[in-house]
Design a protein around this ligand. Structure first.
Ligand SMILES: [Fe+2]
Length: 308
């Protein structure tokens, strides 16, 4: 296969989704809708850090206080009603049909420099596919930097693994069990080690050559949940802050369309987390059932998404 990066593509949402399911990547120049979300996120970050410049605050704060600050800032951003408004405005700007496009709440991520904090609330992601974490094959990931991005604090893609399976530990991952055991846990306290059983490769991988897409602030990168990606070890001297969120399109959910599954063996599905672009309604249960395997209601394990 080829690996194509579409730059400022004018393709329709439907054509774009198909390319993404074929393993291609999309990168976009700055747009007003994204810049407005970035400004909002920056405002929250800068309020939280007070007198510190957030990009270098790690140099002047002890790691426990830093993690505690992120432990408050990130959920506040994720669940802020304005975040959903900015997010859906971006989807609309990108030609998505909000009646049929479902999204999950946007996450704020940070990658500190020089191994200051790489666990828990600021986890440095090893190479993975989101489909190892119960994402459906039609899930798309939207990723955007909040401050200027550098090659040495970005995210990396490992495109050879689009068509090559990797032995991995996803068989031990069930989304509902994960939520029950780890969602309530205070990940901000995990400042030295991270004992959470996150699915990962169980055989050596060739992570180089790798592709890093560096877009300006206000731009974004769009990729399939089946795409192999990782956090670049941050050696830039500054903390990277970024936002990512996921979408699924109703037609693809119904038709079970999406990227091929080469190696994911996890159970459960994140489908119940998605909300419709227009009114934040969840996907109908009969559609979620297409992706479920009965583990949502095993024993006392009854999964309910966190309230919108
Ligand atoms: Fe990921």
């Amino acid at each position: 296969m080829n690996n194509t990066v579409y730059y400022d593509s004018g393709a329709s949402d439907e054509v774009r989704r198909q390319h993404l399911y074929d393993g291609q990547l999309f990168v976009y120049s700055p747009r007003r809708s994204i810049l407005e979300f970035v400004d909002f996120a920056r405002g929250m970050i800068e309020d939280a850090f007070g007198d510190f410049d957030p990009r270098i605050a790690q140099d002047g704060m002890d790691v426990e206080s830093y993690a505690e600050l992120l432990g408050k800032l990130k959920p506040a951003f994720i669940h802020h009603p304005e975040s959903k408004r900015y997010l859906t405005a971006i989807l609309e700007d990108f030609g998505c049909d909000l009646e049929k496009t479902y999204f999950d709440v946007p996450r704020m991520r940070s990658s500190t420099s020089s191994n200051y904090l790489t666990t828990g609330i600021a986890y440095a992601w090893h190479a993975h596919r989101d489909t190892w974490y119960s994402a459906p094959p039609c899930q798309l990931n939207w990723w955007l930097p909040i401050y200027e991005l550098h090659s040495d604090n970005a995210m990396a893609f490992h495109p050879r693994y689009w068509s090559e399976p990797v032995k991995n530990s996803s068989v031990g991952y069930n989304y509902y069990t994960w939520n029950k055991l780890h969602r309530g846990e205070n990940v901000a306290k995990l400042v030295k080690e991270d004992p959470r059983p996150l699915p990962r490769a169980t055989e050596p991988m060739q992570l180089d050559p790798q592709t890093r897409l560096i877009c300006p602030v206000g731009g974004l990168v769009l990729f399939s949940a089946a795409q192999m990606h990782s956090s670049v070890p941050n050696t830039s001297g500054v903390t990277r802050f970024s936002i990512d969120f996921r979408t699924v399109h109703l037609d693809d959910v119904v038709e079970r369309n999406g990227a091929p599954n080469l190696d994911a063996a996890c159970t459960g599905t994140v489908m119940r987390d998605f909300m419709r672009g227009t009114d934040f309604e969840r996907l109908p249960e009969d559609l979620v059932a297409l992706y479920d395997d009965g583990t949502a209601t095993q024993g006392e394990l009854i999964y309910m998404p966190k309230s919108a």
